[in-house]
Design a protein around this ligand. Sequence first.
Ligand code: SF4
Ligand SMILES: [Zn+2]
Ligand SMILES: [Zn+2]
Length: 319
Amino acid sequence: MRCRKCGERAVINMRHHKLALCGEHYVEWFAAQTERAIEKYAMFSREERVLVAVSGGKDSLALWDVLLRLGYQADGLYIALGINAPIPYSDVSLEKAQKFVANGNWRVTKEDALPAPRPTLHVVDIAATYGKTIPEIARAKMRGQGRPCAACGLTKRYVMNRLALEQGYAVLATGHNLDDEIAVLFQNTLHWQMGYLARQAPVLPASREGLVKKVKPLCRFYERETATYALVRGIDYIYDECPHATGNLTNFYKTLLNQLETESPGAKLSFYLEFLRARDEGAFEAFNRTEELHACEVCGQPTSAPGRCAFCRMWDVSR
Ligand code: SF4
Ligand SMILES: [Zn+2]
Ligand SMILES: [Zn+2]
């Protein structure tokens, strides 16, 4: 398979786009597509500071890399969850994020470009800050419920929102790819979770005070495409998934949807884009309720019920 632009050997063949590209032209194409998504969904401008949620995996490091190369002011946030059994997942993923900043490959190489300032990597160590790792708090608070994902998700959302606001970032960017988005979309559609469907979008505006704007610039890329970008760019990322992700429902849906894609190339992309079109046309408008929010009596972050927020209740934070 040859690159459509230059005839060199292609590193990827995207059947859904009928496009094969070599490494150099693929990196160019990936950056241009990212820029188009940022502009189409009015995610952020070059004047705004962006905080990228970095896990050490391919998607978040690919996102950070492409934003820096496009000249955006992007810093990273790594949350050390303390998940180090049965594999040292958290320790290795932190090393990958630190290495990404240290090796400087993200620097723009065009001769006419201004030298990019070194991006900052914020690290929030959950155990050092709140006294327990994620598996420990999950064991203490959710006895016998298996996976620590509920405690982990709540903690990550809280820490990301709080740090972005406190450090004055205009927007929080996550590396969700198309496969992540449609696995959630499929799950929400199976159960007709209209409220969730109404809120699933490439951009979640900062609808209220205390909530940062959230964006997903890679949401139209297949997982294979972000992985190829990371490989061609020489990004060293953690290959292992979090050990608690093994066998979860999302991965099961991803497998089902991959079967569909094999039979019908482009099915995943059109499922997502047609959903966004229906959403834009107001299909879920009636379910987009804005519930009343209160300020948590301890930390001041927005919460749906008066009193302490879910985070402060779980972590036993009091005044
Ligand atoms: S799989 Fe669960 S525990 Fe692991 S990072 Fe994701 S939410 Fe957290
Ligand atoms: Zn080429
Ligand atoms: Zn609180």
